[in-house]
Design a protein around this ligand. Structure first.
Ligand code: NZQ
Ligand code: ZN
Length: 385
């Protein structure tokens, strides 16, 4: 097992009717800014519930944080905070609202050009406003981690940042708040969480037995509940299991002490930035091809994945790896996520542009061994046509 330093200060309050606990968790004298996305949180009553729980605190709102949150929008919230002197933020939404709030929390205290937070991937962040989240979409794990992905619309640049200052203080996870999600977003959530586990598990062995077995348990849970959710998306127990699985998939626990890949995500971010394809949908395109192209380097873990996650034990090694990659692809497709670029009318002619973006954004040494060059990214994209 590799050495590690694991830190996660986020409190999780999980279950039905837990939004009421905001009253006990938010400082009584806080000047609160509640941040949300489009209209879903207002329409399904979540915003009202949050406002009621906050009682007679001084509460303002900032709405309109879009999927794949835009720097340009987030800077309007920063201006509002500086004007109104808010000192506690509450994100009500999915990964986009929570990520956006992380950036806002850091940018509101930042001296200098706030975009440099993204250019340095967060290493220049020294403080942030305290914030919490009320999660409405299980997928990203943003509710219990210190990462965020922000897009500069003007230049189609989508970059991640991380900082120990942007862990939520607490997150409220009420699975009933996900009942209004469209089927497509539920499927996206299952696939995003699945790929988060794969990025931390499917690399090379370092004898990290419990991390491996936690990961395999999370993957098996997603394989079990994903199809059921497609026909029963208001089933509380299924929603609760998806919510907690997605949180555990990216809260640092399974990634401690193991090599991590993240190349599927970095290539996927370029597809979102350039073509606006939903985050999880980009992962469904890239992952099967990525495993195919890098199957030699990932051989031992692919065989373990085949046997322990999919129960594939027949055939020689190459056949078992083939079968595991096919199972992965079929799982994504069964949830309605296409696994090819051509399904989005993208072809050979688009690959140069995507590789060019990876180069422009410094994504030239990706993967668990930092050996995934733009040339290999090109091969992965060609294999996903
Ligand atoms: O904007 P509203 O009206 O709220 O609608 C949203 C949005 O259109 C809707 N929605 C959310 N909760 C709902 C709901 N609709 C009905 N009922 C509800 N309860 O869902 C749509 C998508 O929301 P979004 O927040 O964009 O989805 P997701 O949670 O998948 O977040 C995606 C973003 O997170 C980033 C992605 O890159 C992308 O920008 N990621 C963040 C990560 C992190 N912080 O660790 C890791 C991930 O790999 C990912 O990169
Ligand atoms: Zn993701």
């Amino acid at each position: 097992m590799n050495d590690f330093n694991f830190y996660n200060p986020t409190r999780i309050v999980f279950g039905k009717n837990t939004i009421a606990q905001l009253d006990a968790l938010v400082p009584a004298k806080a000047r609160v800014l509640v941040l949300y996305g489009g209209e879903s949180a207002r329409k399904n009553g979540t915003l009202d519930e949050v406002r009621t729980a906050l009682g007679d605190r001084d509460v303002q709102e900032f709405g309109g944080i879009e999927p794949n949150p835009a720097f340009e929008t987030l800077m309007q919230a920063v201006e509002q905070i500086q004007r109104e002197k808010n000192d506690f933020l509450i994100a009500v939404g999915g990964g986009s609202v929570i990520d956006g709030t992380k950036f806002i929390a850091a940018a509101a205290c930042f001296e200098g050009d706030p975009w440099s937070i993204m250019e340095t991937h967060g290493s220049n962040v020294t403080q942030a406003l305290p914030f919490a989240s009320v999660l409405t979409l299980p997928a990203t794990g943003s509710e219990m981690n210190n990462g965020a992905v922000i897009t500069r619309s003007a230049t189609h640049t989508k970059l991640p940042f991380m900082s120990p200052h942007v862990f939520p203080q607490f997150s409220i996870l009420d699975p009933t708040k996900t009942f209004t999600l469209p089927e497509k977003q539920v499927a996206n959530g299952v696939v995003d969480a699945f790929v988060h586990v794969v990025e931390q598990y499917l690399t090379y062995p370092v004898d990290a037995r419990v991390q491996d077995r936690f990961s395999e348990g999370l993957l098996q849970t997603l394989i079990e509940i994903g199809p059921k959710l497609m026909t029963d998306k208001q089933n509380y127990d299924l929603c609760a299991n998806l919510m907690w699985t997605a949180t555990l998939a990216l809260n640092g626990l399974i990634g401690a002490g193991v090599p991590q890949d993240w190349s599927t995500h970095m290539i996927g971010h370029e597809l979102t930035a350039r073509y606006g394809i939903d985050h999880a949908r980009t992962l469904a395109i890239v992952l099967p091809a990525n495993l195919q192209v890098r199957r030699a380097a990932k051989r031992e873990k692919l065989l373990q994945y085949a046997a322990r996650v999919w129960g594939i034990t027949n055939g020689n090694e190459e056949e078992r790896i083939d079968a595991a990659i096919t199972k992965t692809r079929t799982f994504f497709e069964s949830l309605g996520l296409p696994t090819t670029l051509s399904a989005y009318n993208l072809g050979e002619q688009d690959i140069n542009a995507i590789v060019g973006q990876l180069e422009a954004h410094g994504m030239t040494a990706l993967g668990e061994k930092s050996d995934l060059t733009p040339e290999i990214s090109r091969r992965i994209l060609e294999a996903s046509l």
